[in-house]
Design a protein around this ligand. Structure first.
Ligand code: NAP
Length: 562
């Protein structure tokens, strides 16, 4: 028996089931964390999941048109070659149902379901300092305890439903895209209002417009969007991808954003105008997020970015036939890609349809929802269905939805009242043995998520293995290291154009009252992974490791790595 095991057994677990680790969430992160801790380290693990099935964000996001904006062959797990050879993707950008089928396949292949408790929402988690364990209580009243608590709650899972007066009086149906019902919603012959023109609204608009009698899109901020150019993956492409997976994964891990493609070494300002245009045209034709890689400085140099922003604005004006509508759809208040760039299938083209109307709610704000529709400053629009594509309380929302209490009962909500403060996005000072997969302060949403998730899960699992090997039972971020990391996250964001988007969810600006703090780490995925490696190699520098049951704890307190 290892010393870690011995100390687990010493703890009081009366009245609740005891585990080595509790993982919250059964999306990409929770599934891999379970496999990693249970099947590689031999830990007793339980995953608690609010949904009735695996999938995380993909369990809930079933809205019409929902599909991934990263390409299927790399928006997937790399940890098992057998898995990536067995699974075949049918489309360039997988649709939500296909991603769920994939995650169910993963759950079955690695026999994960037996340790996942579905339909179980976690209400609270509190750290018991004397016993050195976490007590978790679910909405159903189940009590569990564990040495480690690992959140795999995703960054975009807490739905942001705007508080618009009168919603409760609406006689039709209303839905938030991130809480879409399991059964299809039939738009046939219906008058539909859609609020929000982020990635979600932009995906849903063409699909709803094709079915509805009339679609009214309520736009607050015009957005850039790049055509996805979705299509089937041919058998030859499948074979080629599978034969080259090692290199593809390696390239993704070593890139700044977790995508397996090179960013051009050329500045948009150095390229002669005709060459620049030709590159943008080629990138537009190819489609997808790779458009951002057309030049090296689109996210760091405003003048360089202007060339891309202007190119897309010209495309919008070229596609949308009514010049007044085109003008409304043309983004002016932020540079391209400073908000997560949506990719679309015929979004701008949809506004050429007779059954689609665009309402600029900055010019004519929504006043209230009435029993029959939406009333703006200038008109009442009768509706049968309202779709809120209004996004998420991103990154902190899913964590703060659980009442998490650390040392001395301090609430995470209070600890983060001025914005999230983490060390490496992995731990919070004052919350020992709590790991936050893709937490605020890590690259997470600025990268291809599976790459970010695998890096975190591998790092956490290695850290726990190290603790077991060394007889250490507690790890906690050092407060000074966390402060230094928060400052570094700010500096990294300020070295880019990203903070220029005032209404971005990266900044928490989409949720009224939320502290405006740039939450993800913009210093690049590969760079971030290197920092994490360095921290581990230096004996978990910036973390305090100990075994509270042993007075002279081994372990240590490290300095910050920048
Ligand atoms: P979002 O980017 O936050 O967009 C929400 C939209 O709703 C914005 O247009 C916003 O306007 C509007 N809005 C918010 N509150 C409003 C209010 N009170 N009144 C009127 N309009 C309001 O959310 P999202 O589109 O769901 O996308 C979030 C993220 O999820 C994406 O950036 C992406 O990372 C991810 N996602 C990915 C995919 C994919 O893989 N293809 C698909 C969907 C989403 P303002 O801009 O003015 O705030």
């Amino acid at each position: 028996m290892s010393s870690t095991q011995a100390s687990i057994d010493r703890t009081s677990t009366a009245g609740s089931e005891h585990l080595d680790a509790i993982v919250i969430g059964a999306g990409f992160a929770g599934l891999y964390q379970l496999h990693s801790l249970r099947d590689r380290l031999g830990l007793k693990v339980r995953v608690l999941e609010a949904g009735s099935g695996v999938g995380g964000t993909w369990y809930w996001n079933r809205y019409p048109g929902a599909r991934c904006d990263s390409e299927s062959y790399y928006y997937s797990f790399s940890f098992s070659d057998e898995l990536q050879q067995e699974w075949g993707w049918s489309e360039r950008y997988p649709e939500h149902g296909e991603i769920r089928r994939y995650l169910n396949f993963v759950a079955d292949k690695f026999d994960l379901r037996r340790d996942i408790q579905f339909d179980t929402r976690v209400r609270s988690a509190s750290f018991d300092e004397a016993a050195n364990l976490w007590h978790v209580v679910t909405e159903g009243g189940t009590r569990l305890s564990a040495q480690f608590l690992i959140t795999a709650v995703g960054c975009l899972s807490s739905a942001n439903i705007p508080k618009i007066a009168g919603l409760e009086s609406f006689r039709g149906q209303w839905y938030h895209t991130g809480r879409w019902p399991q059964e299809d919603v039939d738009f046939t012959g219906k008058r539909v209002g859609l609020i929000g023109t982020g990635s979600t609204g932009i995906q849903a608009t063409p699909v709803i417009a094709a079915k509805a009698a009339h679609l009214t899109v309520f736009q607050r901020t015009a957005n850039y969007s790049i055509p996805a150019r979705n299509g089937p993956v041919s058998p030859e492409e499948q074979r080629e991808i599978k034969a080259n997976y090692a290199a593809i994964r390696e390239q993704a891990r070593n890139s700044p954003n977790g995508h397996p493609f090179d960013i051009s070494p050329v500045s948009a300002l150095e390229a002669p105008p005709d060459e620049r245009l030709a590159r943008y045209e080629a990138a537009w034709e190819r489609g997808g997020l790779r458009f951002r890689a057309a030049f090296k400085d689109l996210l760091t140099n405003k003048a360089a970015n202007d060339t891309a922003s202007d190119f897309i604005r010209a495309k919008i004006r070229g596609i949308v036939k009514d010049p007044a509508v085109a003008e409304m759809l043309t983004p002016k208040d932020h540079p391209f890609a400073t908000k997560r760039p949506p990719i679309d299938s015929e979004y701008f083209e949809t506004f050429n349809r007779d059954n689609v109307t665009l309402v600029d709610i900055k010019a004519s704000p929504i006043v209230e929802i009435t029993p029959d529709g939406i009333r703006t400053k200038d008109a009442e629009i009768p509706l049968d269905i309202i779709v809120f594509a209004t996004g998420f309380d991103a990154m902190t929302g899913p964590l703060l939805a659980v009442d998490i209490r650390g040392r001395d009962g301090i609430a995470l909500r209070d600890s983060w009242s001025a914005g999230p403060r983490t060390y490496l996005g992995l731990q919070v000072a004052g919350f020992p043995n709590l790991f936050t997969i893709t937490g605020p302060g890590s690259p997470s949403v600025l990268t291809n998520m599976p790459v970010a998730i695998e890096q975190h899960v591998d790092w956490i699992s290695r850290c726990i293995r190290h603790m077991r090997d060394q007889g250490l039972t507690r790890i906690e971020a050092d407060a000074a290291a966390a402060e230094a990391w928060v400052a570094h996250v700010n500096d990294a964001a300020n070295a880019t154009l990203l903070p220029l988007a005032n209404s971005s969810w990266y900044l928490g600006a989409n949720v009224p009252g939320k502290p405006r703090v740039f939450m993800p780490y913009a210093g690049g995925m590969a760079n971030y992974a290197m920092i994490c490696e360095k921290v581990a190699a230096k004996g978990y520098e910036g973390f305090i490791l100990s075994d509270p049951a042993v007075p002279e704890a081994r372990g240590g307190r490290g300095a910050m790595v920048g």
